[in-house]
Design a protein around this ligand. Structure first.
Ligand code: ZN
Length: 144
């Protein structure tokens, strides 16, 4: 990112903020002349942003996803590794080609992937990540 004052290519980011339209506003400080300027970066090179139920935004964190998959698959025999499952889910999320995804998107994709891998793990994940803990909900999910 070139400094708009002196053209120097090196700058440091002093502040980053996600904006509503999925751009990231960064305050940068030039390492040469010390002046500050603002850049607006589109999401092309940035990670996905996840919006949760409270409408808060945070960068997509694969570790968090992995944690939930490890939990869901803890007591089951998987034919594939947890890393493979996580990678698969991650790829499908990227394939949505959305810059902003919701936690529900993640849950839906994860359930799809887990269903192919292990139905028990899928059920555990389902009860952990939906507010529907009744048998009815589980049955509806399986029969969908
Ligand atoms: Zn400069």
């Amino acid at each position: 990112m070139k400094c708009i004052f002196c053209g120097n290519k090196e700058s440091k980011v002093v502040d980053s903020r996600y904006l509503k339209d999925s751009t990231i506003r960064r305050r940068r400080e030039c390492l040469k002349c010390g002046k500050r300027f603002t850049t607006y970066e589109t999401v092309e090179n940035n990670p996905m942003v996840v919006t949760n139920v409270n409408n808060e935004r945070e960068p997509f964190k694969v570790e968090k996803l992995k944690e939930s998959i490890v939990y869901a698959t803890y007591c089951t025999d998987l034919a594939v590794s947890v890393d493979d499952v996580v990678k698969n889910i991650e790829n499908k999320l990227f394939a949505l080609q959305k810059q902003e995804i919701s936690t529900q998107d993640i849950v839906r994709v994860a359930l799809d992937v887990l269903l192919e891998v292990n139905s028990m793990a899928c059920l555990v994940y389902f009860t952990q990540h939906t507010d529907c803990d009744s048998f009815d909900g589980v049955r509806r999910f399986i029969n969908r």
